[in-house]
Design a protein around this ligand. Structure first.
Ligand SMILES: *[C@@H]1O[C@H](CO)[C@@H](O)[C@H](O)[C@H]1NC(C)=O
Ligand SMILES: *[C@@H]1O[C@H](CO)[C@@H](O)[C@H](O)[C@H]1NC(C)=O
Ligand SMILES: *[C@@H]1O[C@H](CO)[C@@H](O)[C@H](O)[C@H]1NC(C)=O
Ligand SMILES: *[C@@H]1O[C@H](CO)[C@@H](O)[C@H](O)[C@H]1NC(C)=O
Ligand SMILES: *[C@@H]1O[C@H](CO)[C@@H](O)[C@H](O)[C@H]1NC(C)=O
Ligand SMILES: *[C@@H]1O[C@H](CO)[C@@H](O)[C@H](O)[C@H]1NC(C)=O
Ligand SMILES: *[C@@H]1O[C@H](CO)[C@@H](O)[C@H](O)[C@H]1NC(C)=O
Ligand SMILES: *[C@@H]1O[C@H](CO)[C@@H](O)[C@H](O)[C@H]1NC(C)=O
Ligand SMILES: *[C@@H]1O[C@H](CO)[C@@H](O)[C@H](O)[C@H]1NC(C)=O
Ligand SMILES: *[C@@H]1O[C@H](CO)[C@@H](O)[C@H](O)[C@H]1NC(C)=O
Ligand SMILES: *[C@@H]1O[C@H](CO)[C@@H](O)[C@H](O)[C@H]1NC(C)=O
Ligand SMILES: *[C@@H]1O[C@H](CO)[C@@H](O)[C@H](O)[C@H]1NC(C)=O
Length: 585
């Protein structure tokens, strides 16, 4: 498919000059990362024209003038040694205007991707700013430039080291190129640091914004061979009137290396609360944003998790099972009192008295919680409140005086799991791991009205949204949109250490444990709750080193106990919930 040919230089210059006379010249723009051995060109009707980059902006966006094509054009890499060209294996349609910022060897610039229906309008407390960070049907490009020696140190660091590296970033959309100086990158996540493809935090300089946000996370999607789980899970959150980050895809380059296809999400730091609850109002006075993180070594020693149990001991809340992600604009720092009061409410809340519903609604945005808990089951959150008491936020909303519940981190969903699938998709929600033991869930289900609402939510969201008829169009479109990038992503060398794969291998062969990084094993074990299924966890570890195709990961079969295919999850779960509802109603 690749054509190599030699062209006298004067030919293209002559052709360009004559086209210019006819006023038939446009600008061609293409993204590609090359080294010193090659440059870029565009082949228009069999004639090659050179393209170049502006080194003051970025070395991955090439542009240059060339005539409007009569039949078609291709971008090509040109060898500096002998001017031989290596063209894209397809022709692009002629255009009479300057091109968008196209991407080398991608057959499309935009795609029509079907949307999910709105099942519930956003809850009243939500007032999200207009942002163009998440562009439907488009994949923008991010290029990070930083000290490579420092980057290598970060990539090879152990999980206790915290590198923050100064970086310049270029963000290229189809229509625009935006440069950021003095941004900071660091590795993101805990367990995601044990993957070979790493996830990153980006923190822009104080005044800088990307689509109204200052901090974003680049999600590697390394445990998800379908590459679409997080997109779908965040879509479903939005479609059911809830709030979290939103999600979209980006291509990422770091210095001279392509890192691949990533997801981009906002993180919950400033100005996220103002952007989510106050339409971006810079004068917004926020309350505390508490994060449940399961536990750390200190809280583990005290046998405390972020399950929202009440302790009559304020210091116990600061043992490490919770974090204050964002402090209230006013008041004390490190203030766990509002959280303590809320857990005390849970502990003592009325359940069957006539004032129960009103009492709950005064303290908690009960819709935000009950809908989120419905999604935990329907979408199979394997790292959420029920399963791991992890990856959730409680926002002390000062405007309403109520706590608002937010779910986050959607990588382990829809049957990518460490728990028995049979327990997660039985249709009988009480078998879902952890559901009946978490204090907030246990208590709120004792209120008959809320129990009824919860059961209706399970059925309604299944019938209106999370079933094959409603979701498969979007799934198919997302696969079509990502498949060339997934193919590209899989060819790229990885920069991280394969700790998870090594754990899987070591667990399968216990004599091999000595070869492991012991501190990392400690982190893994310390991070897993007792109700986790070891057999599934082992399968999870071993599947990190297998090469499942996107097609199989979406359609099945996957051949893994720790991974249902995406469509298989949606079909089985919607069938099970519908069947259970029909048998009990
Ligand atoms: C430079 O790029 C060419 C083509 O993309 C590749 O064949 C070559 O190995 C690269 N050289 C270096 C030093 O990276
Ligand atoms: C390009 O050249 C080839 C032969 O070298 C010819 O077959 C083809 O028709 C030409 N295409 C265009 C668009 O001129
Ligand atoms: C390649 O083309 C350029 C002009 O585009 C010319 O200056 C250069 O001499 C050519 N190199 C070779 C090796 O043909
Ligand atoms: C970012 O760009 C500025 C201005 O060009 C430069 O001074 C600085 O060294 C760059 N930083 C990095 C990390 O490349
Ligand atoms: C790059 O980072 C390394 C390691 O942190 C450091 O020793 C070196 O001085 C840095 N180089 C520059 C130009 O800042
Ligand atoms: C690019 O910008 C032009 C003009 O601003 C607009 O008409 C077009 O829809 C944009 N295209 C995309 C893909 O955003
Ligand atoms: C730890 O807490 C759990 C649940 O709160 C309880 O079941 C268990 O007995 C406790 N273990 C210890 C050692 O206190
Ligand atoms: C309160 O919690 C702290 C932190 O876990 C602990 O050190 C202290 O002993 C507890 N106090 C009481 C009275 O239990
Ligand atoms: C649902 O599962 C629970 C066990 O968690 C069981 O006690 C109950 O009978 C089941 N309900 C139905 C209707 O099967
Ligand atoms: C579920 O749907 C039914 C029928 O449309 C409706 O009557 C009920 O209010 C809905 N319940 C919830 C909690 O959305
Ligand atoms: C273009 O992409 C296809 C997969 O979509 C891949 O097979 C091929 O190697 C790529 N070609 C170049 C020149 O990058
Ligand atoms: C992690 O790396 C740091 C710095 O290199 C070192 O001091 C520390 O002992 C390491 N921790 C573990 C658990 O290996």
């Amino acid at each position: 498919m690749v054509s190599a040919k030699f062209l006298p230089a004067f030919l293209s210059l002559f052709a360009l000059a004559s086209a210019q006379l006819e006023n038939n010249v446009i600008e061609y723009n293409v993204i590609n990362l090359l080294n010193d051995t090659h440059t870029m060109g565009v082949i228009v009707d069999n004639v090659t024209y050179p393209l170049s980059f502006d080194s003051k902006v970025t070395n991955i966006l090439y542009n240059g003038k060339a005539p409007v094509a009569k039949n078609g054009y291709q971008y090509a890499k040109i060898s500096k040694e002998d001017n031989s060209t290596e063209a894209e294996p397809f022709f692009r349609q002629p255009t009479h205007e300057s091109t968008l910022n196209e991407f080398y060897n991608r057959t499309w610039n935009t795609q029509n991707v079907s949307q999910l229906p709105v099942v519930f309008e956003p809850l009243k407390a939500i007032n999200r700013v207009q942002s163009d960070l998440h562009r439907e049907g488009e994949i923008p490009t991010i290029h990070l430039v930083a000290n490579q020696t420092a980057i290598d140190l970060m990539h090879n660091s152990n999980s206790t080291e915290d590198y923050k590296i100064d970086t310049n970033m270029t963000y290229i959309t189809l229509n625009n190129t935006q440069s950021y100086e003095a941004a900071e990158i660091s590795l993101a996540g805990r367990s995601s640091r044990w993957m070979t493809k790493l996830s990153y935090n980006i923190k822009l300089a104080k005044k800088d914004r990307i689509g109204e946000f200052r901090r974003v996370k680049l999600r590697a999607m390394d445990t998800d061979p379908s590459y679409i789980r997080e997109q779908l899970a965040y879509d479903v959150i939005k479609s059911t009137g809830l709030l979290s980050s939103e999600f979209s895809f980006v291509r990422v380059f770091l210095n001279d290396q392509a890192l691949g296809l990533f997801g981009i999400i906002e993180t919950f730091h400033d100005p996220w609360l103002a952007n989510s609850f106050a339409g971006g109002d810079k004068k917004y006075k926020n309350g505390n944003l508490y994060q449940g993180v399961f536990q750390n070594a200190q809280s583990s020693a005290m046998n405390r998790t972020s399950d929202l149990s009440y302790y009559n001991n304020i210091t116990a809340y600061a043992d490490g099972q919770y974090k204050i992600k964002v402090e209230a604009s006013k008041g004390k720092s490190e203030d766990y009192t509002p959280l303590m009061e809320f857990t005390k409410f849970i502990d003592t809340a009325p359940t069957t008295s006539s004032d129960a519903v009103a009492a709950w609604n005064e303290k908690l945005d009960t819709d935000s919680f009950l809908r989120s808990m419905a999604l935990e089951v329907i979408m199979g959150y394997s790292d959420g409140y029920f399963t791991m008491v992890d990856n959730y936020y409680l926002y002390q909303n000062l405007d309403t005086g109520k706590f608002f519940y937010i779910s986050s981190d959607m990588d382990l969903t829809m049957g990518s799991c460490m728990f028995k699938l049979d327990d997660m998709w039985s249709g009988n929600y009480t078998t879902f791991p952890g559901l009946t033991t978490r204090p907030l869930m246990k208590k709120i289900l004792q209120v008959p009205e809320f129990k009824k609402q919860y059961e209706e939510l399970l059925v309604n969201i299944t019938q209106k949204l999370v079933n094959p008829v409603v979701m498969n169009d979007r799934i198919n479109d997302l696969v079509a949109m990502t498949k060339e990038d997934v193919a590209w992503d899989k060819t790229l060398p990885r920069v991280g250490k394969d700790v998870f794969g090594a754990i899987g291998a070591a667990m399968g062969n216990s004599s091999d444990m000595s070869s492991m990084d012991l501190s990392d094993i400690g982190n893994v074990i310390g991070d897993f709750p007792p109700n986790m299924d070891m057999e599934i966890l082992l399968d999870f570890g071993t599947r990190m080193s297998t090469n499942l195709t996107q097609q199989d990961a979406v359609n099945g079969p996957t051949g893994h106990k720790s991974l249902s295919a995406v469509k298989e999850w949606i079909k089985n779960q919607s069938d099970a919930i519908t069947k259970f509802y029909n048998s009990t109603s």
